[in-house]
Design a binder for this molecule. Sequence first.
Ligand SMILES: [Zn+2]
Ligand SMILES: [Zn+2]
Length: 133
Amino acid sequence: MRYSRQRESILSILQATESHPTADWVYDKVRREISNISLGTVYRNLAQLEEMGQIRRINADGQSRFDANLSPHDHFRCLTCSSIFDIHMSHDDMTAGLPADVPFKVTGINLELLGVCNECQIKEIKGENSHVA
Ligand SMILES: [Zn+2]
Ligand SMILES: [Zn+2]
């Protein structure tokens, strides 16, 4: 019972955000509701939710990020601030560029677009991203 309450809290935290957070971020939030929860428990519950198909795990530059939005979509990751944004784009014709001799049957596409997000572009223009270390 206790475990399922923890899982419920973690799931509702993920459902309330579009930021594709890390386990550490989720841990920080869930601790406000369940003060004695451990980071290990958060990891275990995230793995269970993923297994149950209730959340998606995104591998972003070697780090796991989590997404409770299960509708088909791709991701854009900002290389400056590491934010992840949802992108809804058509996959039609996306395999058109495949060489004819590729012997695979494509059944799905998993895209991560990389670049600089809007906010970071604005900061760059304003010169807020100081290049002085
Ligand atoms: Zn950014
Ligand atoms: Zn997403």
